[in-house]
Design a protein around this ligand. Structure first.
Ligand code: DAH
Length: 339
C-alpha cells in the first residue's frame, strides 16, 4: 500500500511540475484529488486494512494530499502569471483610435413643460397627484356628473376596454379619486396622458397630455380660481400675460369657463401664433359642481372648490414655436435635440 501511495506521489508531482496549461492542471487536480481520483480511491480502500495499518496509511495519504494541493496551487499561480504576461505581450491597444461617443439625451419638450408647471404649483403649496390611464368609466364620467346618457360618453369618442373600463379621456377622474381618499383642504395638480379617438393631424393626436388642478376647502370662490390661473399664466408665459374668462359648459363645474391668455408672442396685437386674435385659448375651468363633491363624499354645504384642466401639447407648441403636433410624438432625435 505504501509503495502504491509513493508511486502516486511521484507520478503526480512529476505531471504537475511538467504541466504547461491551466486546463491540464485542472484535469490533474481531478485525476488525483477528485471524487474518483487516485488518492481518494486509496482512502476508500482503507477498510480492508488491519486496524494497526489504518492510521499509518491514513496519515500518509493526508500528507501526500497536502503536498499535492500546495504543489497544484503553486503551479496555478505560476501559470496564471505566465498567461497574463503572454496576453499583455500579444494584445495591442491603439490609444490613438477614437473612442465610442456617448450621446447625451435631453428632456422631451412635453416633460420640460410638465416639470415647469409642477414647479410653479408646488411653489403655491399644491401636491402632485397621480391616477391610472386605464380608468373605470365611473371615474372618467359618472362621478364627474356625466351620466350614462350624456353625449360626452359617446363610445365613438373614447377607447373602451370593456363596457365599464376606458382609456381615460381626461385627467379629471383624478379629481374624484383624490376627493374620495383625502379630506379637504385639497390642493393638487395631476399631469398625465389622456386618450381620445381623434385622427392624427397637425393639432390632434389620439394620445396627448393634460394637467388637472383641483382645490377644495371652505370658502373657495371664483376669484381664487381667477387669481390662481393669472398667477400661473404670468409665471409660465411671462409677467405681462393677462387672462380672460369666457362662459362655457363642463358637466363637472358650475359655473364653467374657458380661460384665454393674452398672446405671449405679440402681447395681444395679433400674430401668427395667436392667429391674429391677440388671445390664445388655454384651458377649461370652473367651480366644482355640488353633485361632484357629493359623489365623492364631500358636503357641498360646507365645502366648495375650483378645478381646471389644460393640454400640455398646446402650451409646448406655443412656447417652443412648434407648428405640428406630430413632431412631438415621432421621436426624431434631430427634432428633439433642438430643445
Ligand atoms: N377635462 C376637460 C377636458 O378634457 C378640461 C377641464 C375643464 C378640466 C374644466 C377641469 C375643469 O378640471 O374644471 O376638456
Amino acid at each position: 500500500m505504501k509503495d502504491k501511495i509513493e508511486k502516486i506521489r511521484e507520478n503526480s508531482i512529476k505531471e504537475i511540475t511538467d504541466c504547461k496549461e491551466i486546463v491540464t492542471l485542472n484535469e490533474l487536480k481531478v485525476k488525483y484529488l477528485g471524487k474518483k481520483g487516485e488518492l481518494t480511491l486509496v482512502l476508500r480502500g482503507m477498510g480492508a486494512l488491519s486496524p494497526e495499518e489504518r492510521p499509518i496509511i491514513g496519515s500518509l495519504v493526508n500528507q501526500v494530499r497536502d503536498e499535492l494541493e500546495s504543489c497544484i496551487s503553486q503551479k496555478e499561480k505560476e501559470l496564471e502569471k505566465k498567461e497574463l504576461l503572454e496576453k499583455l505581450k500579444n494584445e495591442n491597444i491603439d490609444v490613438t483610435e477614437p473612442s465610442k461617443k456617448v450621446e447625451l439625451g435631453s428632456l422631451h419638450p412635453i416633460t420640460q413643460i410638465i416639470d415647469e408647471v409642477k414647479e410653479i404649483f408646488l411653489g403655491m403649496g399644491y401636491e402632485i397627484a397621480d391616477g391610472p390611464e386605464v380608468e373605470k368609466a365611473i371615474y372618467n364620467f359618472d362621478k364627474l356628473n356625466t351620466p350614462p346618457d350624456h353625449p360626452a360618453r359617446d363610445i365613438q369618442d373614447t377607447f373602451y376596454i370593456t363596457d365599464d373600463i376606458v382609456l381615460r379621456s381626461q385627467t379629471s377622474p383624478v379629481q374624484a379619486r383624490v376627493m374620495e381618499q383625502q379630506k379637504p383642504p385639497i390642493k393638487i395638480i395631476c399631469p398625465g396622458a389622456v386618450y381620445r379617438s381623434d385622427s392624427v393631424d397637425a393639432t390632434h393626436s389620439p394620445v396627448f397630455h393634460q394637467i388637472e388642478g383641483l382645490v377644495v376647502d371652505k370658502n373657495v370662490t371664483m376669484t381664487d380660481l381667477k387669481g390662481t390661473l393669472e398667477m400661473f399664466a404670468k409665471k409660465c408665459l411671462g409677467e405681462n400675460t393677462r387672462i380672460r374668462f369666457r362662459p362655457h359648459h363642463f358637466p363637472f363645474t358650475e359655473p364653467s369657463a374657458e380661460a384665454d391668455v393674452s398672446c405671449f408672442v405679440c402681447g395681444g396685437k395679433g400674430c401668427k401664433v395667436c392667429k391674429q386674435e391677440g388671445w390664445i385659448e388655454l384651458l377649461g375651468c370652473g367651480m366644482v359642481h355640488p353633485n361632484v363633491l357629493k359623489n365623492c363624499g364631500i358636503d357641498p354645504e360646507i365645502y366648495s372648490g375650483f378645478a381646471f384642466g389644460f393640454g400640455v401639447e398646446r402650451i409646448a407648441m406655443a412656447k417652443f414655436g412648434i407648428e405640428d403636433m406630430r413632431l412631438l410624438f415621432e421621436n426624431d432625435v434631430r427634432f428633439l435635440k433642438q430643445f
